[in-house]
Design a protein around this ligand. Structure first.
Ligand SMILES: Nc1ncnc2c1ncn2[C@@H]1O[C@H](COP(=O)(O)OP(=O)(O)O)[C@@H](O)[C@H]1O
Ligand SMILES: C[C@@](O)(CCOP(=O)(O)O)CC(=O)O
Ligand SMILES: [Mg+2]
Length: 405
């Protein structure tokens, strides 16, 4: 039997970084996924290895199951119903297991992902030989939550092979988890994100698990229901960066300037709260879609200014901001910044929407109405950036079983 899970990436509409320090943030899933599939050898295969294939990178790692049992004797001794954090001792053991794989220097950023894999696998499935295959549509390390999508898809696939989750393996197609099971997937994914990010807020794994649009504060999520079309242009500056280092940088600045930074975080909190109200308010109410979009554009610009105060912008991000502003379009970085992706709101007046009713949950394609959007994309791409749109607010993590005949 093969178990396959897929988990979406995300965009943060407001509140990245500040959310790590207790402010509200707003995020939505996007229709780009990371897939994790698990296959177990039959006894006749005589295969006692744990293999991890990162298909997009063309890399394969493997460990004899006995090596994992030797290095991590304690992990998996508890029930998979209780997510456990990786201890200092286990961190050292995992570092030894990763080091012996000789990850190429150019791809050393993967070491934290492989470490998260080893912790989650050994804690949930203990010493079971298997081949785990990972593929992803998400650019890695670009602010679209590839780390969280990886951890959520992995947690889902692993837990689906335990008694902690009761799904019917004979059901066809992509299946959703029940509420309690989803909570468990999300908690395990958070343990993986801790290994990759150091101090994650939990927003990325939560929106990847639950999908749609959420507001998130201090570990608590509120499901949002958008009452307006929301289309974003995503521009990948292709400047590589690392969320863990950027989050640590903001924490250091906060230690140096606690008072000033507390005002910055509080301003971000207000922006996110106002954004949630605007997005959810009925369009037939006091505000027209155009008026709502105008307010959102202003909030986007204010949030970007505060992200600059936190020290997480980058000259490439500034180039995107300047370029889109020439066309009167508002932009902000999304995710950890320092490079990565920038969001630009595409107001409905410059879009020709194909479907008569574009709900937040749809990922309908759009025709970009000639002039403005085409020109801005051309100009951004001439700078070497990559532009694309993605469906916003679709489903969260899903699972699929293939029973071999
Ligand atoms: N498909 C994947 N396979 C293995 N590791 C992954 C995968 N996707 C993400 N990761 C891990 O997450 C890291 C990127 O996470 P991060 O810096 O938080 O950026 P983002 O989450 O915005 O893409 C990678 O360097 C790698 O360690
Ligand atoms: C900067 C932060 O708010 C989001 C990071 O997102 P990403 O890893 O850059 O996709 C960190 C967090 O909330 O854990
Ligand atoms: Mg991440």
């Amino acid at each position: 039997m093969e178990v396959k899970a897929r988990a979406p990436g995300k965009i943060i509409l407001s509140g990245e970084h500040a959310v790590v320090h207790g402010s509200t943030a707003v995020a939505a899933s996007i229709d780009l996924y990371t897939y994790v599939s698990l296959r177990f050898p039959t006894p006749s295969d005589n295969d006692d290895m744990l293999k991890l294939q990162l298909k997009d990178m063309g890399l394969e790692f493997s460990w004899p199951i006995s090596r994992i049992a030797e290095e991590l004797p304690e992990s998996g001794s508890q029930s998979s119903l209780v997510p456990v954090s990786c201890s200092m001792e286990s961190t050292k053991s995992i570092a030894a297991l990763v080091e012996e794989q000789n990850i190429p220097e150019a791809k050393i950023g993967l070491a934290s992902g492989v470490s998260a894999f080893l912790w989650m696998y050994s804690s949930i499935l203990r010493c079971k030989p298997a081949t785990v295959i990972v593929t992803s549509e998400l650019p890695m390390g670009s602010g679209l939550g590839s780390s969280a999508a990886f951890c959520v898809a992995l947690a889902a696939a692993l837990l689906a092979c335990t008694d902690s989750v009761s799904l019917d393996v004979n059901d066809q197609g992509w299946l959703l988890f029940g509420e309690k099971e989803l909570e468990l997937v999300n908690k395990w994914a958070f343990e993986g994100e801790k290994i990759i990010h150091g101090k994650p807020s939990g927003i990325d794994n939560t929106v990847s698990s639950y999908g749609n649009m959420i507001s998130f504060r201090s570990g608590n999520l509120t499901h949002m229901k958008s009452n307006m079309p929301l289309k974003m242009l995503i521009t990948n500056t292709k400047i590589g960066r690392n969320t863990k280092a950027l989050v640590a940088g903001v924490s250091e600045r906060t230690l140096r300037h606690p008072d000033a930074m507390s005002y910055v975080f509080s301003a971000v909190d207000s922006i996110s709260k106002e954004l949630t109200l605007i997005i959810q308010s009925p369009t037939s109410g006091d505000l027209s879609v155009t008026e709502k979009e105008g307010k959102i554009e202003e909030l986007i610009e204010m949030n970007q200014g505060l992200l600059q105060c936190m020290g997480v912008s980058h000259s490439a991000i500034e180039t995107v901001l300047r370029t889109t502003l020439k066309y009167k379009l508002a932009s902000k970085l999304t995710g950890a910044g320092g490079g990565g992706c920038v969001l630009t709101l595409l107001p409905s007046c410059i879009l020709l929407i194909l479907l008569s009713c574009l709900s937040c949950a749809s990922s309908s394609s759009i025709v970009l109405s000639g002039t403005v959007v085409e020109k801005v994309i051309d100009e951004l791409e001439s700078c070497g950036f990559q532009c694309f749109t993605a469906g916003i607010g679709g489903k969260g993590v899903e699972i699929c079983f293939t029973v071999s005949s």
